[in-house]
Ligand binder design. Structure first.
Ligand code: BEZ
Ligand code: FE
Length: 288
């Protein structure tokens, strides 16, 4: 095509890729370029704005390292990561929610009732529940990978003061599907905002805060692996998570209990001599 116009350029693009033998590539790329062109036409994108967009992408690439995933973060704050999650969440199972960039795989085993709090200060949280299938039956021997920030709001991979696997634990649940562990009450924290994604947040008049949460990945043979997070119902950022991760069924309630009710057999570093928080959260996995 030698007479490319602003009105036919999208069709020309699609004609150029007609030789692609992969139907899904034609569908995805065709639709992506359709929306990209429609967007540019709709807002009458200027050269300066186009250059700003390219500079944003270059800026993401410039700060990208093994521990800093700015493109993923961009997808998170634009809601794309959560949208993809929701498109593939199973309605009969617990909702999935963003993985985020801070999970460290290979965490050491955490026994049933094990302690993730260790020497850290802050309110004690006892978290427990059952991993179930969609009929409500416990799933035996599921693997639960847990992680959260330290009380300073930083994950182990962001913080030189923490060990590699601090606030990470890998629990194999028993025949009864039950899990339990002690930790410190999670805190709300900000996603990294000192790079190009922070510029976008500020330009859009947005803050970088996430509500406090625990991250879970649950795997069991024959079931779809679930990547999710759970959030307390009293968190001030519950209705304004900057990465759009909150779903109704992922909201939990902390119950404050007197120290005398701290159950036997739950490991905690130090004596529980003050009221502690307790939460019950069951997770439902969909069959694979
Ligand atoms: C997180 O929850 O760890 C997270 C998720 C998305 C972006 C940044 C952090
Ligand atoms: Fe997180």
């Amino acid at each position: 095509m030698r007479n490319v116009t602003k009105d036919n350029i999208t069709d020309v693009f699609k004609a150029y890729m007609a030789a692609s033998t992969d139907a899904r590539t034609r569908e995805v790329m065709g639709s992506l370029v359709q929306h990209l062109h429609d967007f540019a036409r709709e807002v009458n994108l200027t050269h300066d704005e186009w250059r700003t967009g390219i500079a944003f992408l270059e800026g993401c690439a410039a700060v990208e390292t093994e521990d800093r995933h700015e493109f993923v973060l961009a997808s998170d704050v634009l809601g794309l990561s959560s949208l993809v999650d929701m498109l593939h969440s199973r309605p009969d199972a617990t909702s999935s929610s963003v993985l985020g960039p801070f999970h460290v795989s290979g965490a050491p085993p955490l026994a049933y009732g094990g302690d993730m709090k260790r020497h850290y200060g802050g309110p004690v949280l006892l978290a427990q529940g059952t991993i179930r299938d969609t009929s409500g039956n416990p799933i035996p021997n599921a693997e639960l990978d847990i992680w959260q920030t330290a009380p300073n709001g930083m994950y182990a991979s962001q913080d030189d003061e923490q060990d590699t696997f601090s606030f990470h634990g890998l629990m194999t649940v028993g025949e009864d599907g039950k899990y339990a562990f002690t930790t410190v009450k999670p805190v709300e924290y900000t996603v990294p905002s000192d790079g190009p994604v922070g510029d976008i947040l500020r330009a859009c008049g947005r803050h970088p805060w996430r509500p406090s949460h625990l991250h879970y990945i649950i795997k069991a043979p024959g079931f779809k692996t679930l990547v999710t997070e759970i959030f307390p119902d009293d968190d001030p950022y519950l209705d304004q998570d900057t990465v759009f991760g909150v779903r109704d069924d992922l909201v939990m309630t902390y119950v404050e209990k007197p120290a005398s009710e701290f159950p036997e057999g739950m490991a905690i570093s130090g004596k529980v001599d003050e009221p502690f928080l307790s939460v019950e959260f069951d997770v439902i996995l969909a069959h694979a």
